[in-house]
Design a protein around this ligand. Structure first.
Ligand SMILES: Nc1ncnc2c1ncn2[C@@H]1O[C@H](COP(=O)(O)OP(=O)(O)OP(=O)(O)O)[C@@H](O)[C@H]1O
Length: 636
């Protein structure tokens, strides 16, 4: 069967090298490395990219952002690099007789640091390095590109996405050599520029090639020039490589809104929840588990094997004398015995012990399918939202109207699936309500999560991307809450739901969604105090007024998830976190460090933890959902 995916590097190679293309068409997988000009000295390109990425992450990470914002000279940045890794690296290179390479490498990074200071000066009203960088080493996973009547998925990783003072986003490619490779660099940049608006519809991107030779030089390429390179050089090669690309109708879940480009980044072959194809190899797992525990003198019986969308749950009964804690302590041994990537989660359930193993072929849960199936009858109140699909295929839902789940804390390390979870939650609210019934405030410091929704009638205020705008939204929500209380009192209603039930529908529910709130806590003592006070106020009084808070963070440590924040958000949704301490902070018990990522989550409703798989909505469907109801093209 024809292959319908390739990487941006492969596509670049195919565009510029006819032999490469012929070998690929013949079914080979030719290397893209042969593309480097022969005889070039070792540029240590990979290491340069790693150092640049680590530096940008330090500049923008919540825990270091305040310190990093004070770094206003190239020397200060070089000092940081030197202390964290560069000194050790150069010492090693000198010891190996590669002193010349070490000097060249250091000179390149010096140029990089000097460039960063220029960018700092270029930024409008610089407060932190987040005013410069949106992302470093950003993966663009499986972006569908139209080829003829079909689609081809292209994968890419871009070096940086930055804020350009012209109001665009700037995609940047770092290069360590120039010469005859500039054509190659331009083709690659044109591919990135083509992919990015498909990946984040609604954003416009300019392209920059940055050379560190070691002297710095840059080449700006206008969007029209990049589009011309793509259509003249890349598009014909794509058509040649994929003469029979898959018809779009079989891949697309929903036509895009207006002129928004098609995007369907849902993983392939989604299973219709809650029924999942059973996997024959799962039948053998029970025996393997008995043997693995038996090797440590822990007797267990398998009393059930359940296949969820992403997990296999094995229900075990411990033999007399075998403690649950002893089984849980053997997670690392099971990881080895069953050749797992992570230690499995082993927890006590009602009358049994649950051992969750990854499914050999996990299947994602699409919001669209869940809304048409399991959620159709279970979401009742207008502000009921899905948490995900449970291991046994059951819908796991929360209702903001319920005092036990009226405000949420969402935590998970980077890549765990927080933004996707938030998007599925927001999409559910807007797909089930008109803008007159529900309004959303989006606080998106990462800029890309909610890009492209600016014109949505569901927005209560424009999407906030800065600390100042985020605080302004919270203050406005307090004022709104007080006004609502007056109106409820005048009408003799205890809360908004009661008023709506009486037929008065002119006040919408309001859900405030923070894709990251760490910056608000770390901004300074006064800001932290004000933020906590505002959160406490809304948390305490918001439900009656129909105002709900959803605060997400990728940094669930004690500094960010303070006692006050945690106590005020009764619903906890914890995706994969870095360690057991983080899990403990969010859920009061470890476990979430063993989740598998990509939407795998544990949720606390106040009566024990539930494991579920978060729902997924493709970006194009999300944008379509945010459109006015009359202009919707379908259901996401
Ligand atoms: N529910 C899901 N089902 C399938 N895949 C998912 C799901 N959630 C996330 N993923 C995959 O994981 C990737 C990362 O998810 P997401 O962007 O939500 O992470 P994140 O936790 O917000 O990370 P960061 O904090 O770095 O932005 C997505 O691009 C998607 O490929």
């Amino acid at each position: 069967m024809a292959q319908h995916t390739l990487t941006a590097s492969e596509l670049t190679a195919a565009v510029l090298d006819e032999d490469w293309r012929a070998r690929w068409r013949a079914g080979d997988k030719p290397s893209t490395r042969s593309f480097a000009p022969p005889g070039t000295p070792r540029a240590m390109s990979l290491r340069f990219h790693t150092e640049a990425e680590a530096l940008v992450r330090w500049l923008t990470a919540p825990e270091s952002i305040a310190t990093a914002a004070r770094a206003d000279t190239a020397e200060a940045l070089v000092d940081h690099l030197w202390a964290t890794s560069l000194q050790a690296l150069t010492d090693k290179l000198f010891a190996k007789g590669r002193g010349e390479e070490a000097q060249l490498f250091t000179a390149r990074l010096r140029s990089f640091c000097a460039r960063l200071i220029d960018l700092r000066q270029r930024a409008k009203n610089f407060e932190t390095w987040q005013d410069v960088f949106v992302a470093a080493e950003q993966d663009l996973a499986r972006v569908p590109v139209r080829v003829g009547d079909g689609t081809v998925e292209i994968r890419a990783r871009v070096d940086a996405i930055r804020i350009h003072p012209g109001g665009h986003l700037e995609v940047v490619d770092y290069k360590l050599s120039q010469g005859d490779r500039q054509k190659h660099d331009l083709v690659q940049l044109s591919i990135y520029a083509h992919l990015l608006p498909l990946w984040r519809p609604g954003c416009s991107f300019v392209g920059t090639l940055e050379y560190y030779l070691p002297e710095f030089s840059e080449l700006h390429v206008a969007p029209d020039d990049l589009a011309a390179i793509f259509s003249d050089m890349v598009a014909p090669v794509l058509a040649e490589l994929f003469p029979a690309a898959q018809p779009q109708a079989t891949k697309r879940t929903q036509p895009p809104r207006g002129n928004a480009p098609a995007r369907d980044d849902a993983p392939a072959d989604p299973v219709r929840t809650p029924a999942h194809k059973s996997d024959p190899s799962v039948a053998l797992l029970g025996d393997k588990v008995i043997t693995a525990f038996g090797a440590h003198n822990l007797g267990v019986e398998v009393t059930g094997v359940i296949q969820g969308p992403q997990l296999v749950r094995i229900k075990l009964t411990p033999r007399p004398g075998v403690k649950v804690a002893s089984l849980a302590n053997r997670a690392a041994d099971l990881q080895v015995a069953l050749a797992l990537a992570e230690p499995p989660l082993i927890r006590a359930g009602k009358g049994f012990v649950m051992l969750d193993l990854p499914r050999p072929e996990p299947t994602p849960c699409l919001l669209k399918d869940a809304l048409a199936g399991a959620l159709a009858t279970t979401l009742k109140s207008p502000v009921a939202v899905p948490i995900g699909i449970g291991v046994e295929g059951e819908p796991v839902i929360a209702d903001f109207a319920d005092p036990n789940t009226c405000h949420a804390l969402v935590a998970g390390s980077t890549g765990s699936g927080k933004s996707e979870w938030l998007k599925a939650m927001v999409a559910t609210l807007v797909l089930r309500n008109t803008p007159a019934a529900v309004r959303i405030a989006l606080i998106d410091p990462k800029i890309l999560t909610f890009a492209g929704v600016e014109a949505s009638p569901y927005l209560w205020r424009p999407v906030a991307t800065t600390l100042a705008d985020a605080m302004a939204i919270l203050r406005a929500a307090i004022a709104e809450m007080e006004e609502r209380y007056q109106r409820l009192k005048r009408g003799g209603f205890a809360n908004l739901a009661e008023r709506i039930a009486a037929g008065e529908t002119d006040i919408p529910f309001l859900v405030l969604v923070f894709d990251e709130f760490a910056d608000l806590i770390l901004a300074g003592r006064d800001e932290k105090k004000e933020f906590e006070a505002l959160v406490a106020r809304i948390a305490g009084m918001g439900r009656a007024a129909g105002i709900h808070l959803v605060l997400a963070t990728q940094r669930p440590d004690k500094t960010i998830v303070t006692g006050l924040v945690k106590a005020n958000l009764p619903l906890k949704v914890c995706l994969k976190v870095a360690n057991a301490v983080n899990a403990q902070i969010v859920l009061d018990e470890p476990g979430a460090e063993s989740l598998y990522g990509k939407g795998d989550l544990l949720c606390d409703f106040g009566k024990g933890l539930v494991r579920a798989q978060g729902l997924f909505i493709p970006q194009a469907a999300f944008l379509a959902a945010m459109a006015p109801p009359a202009r919707r093209t379908g259901r996401g």
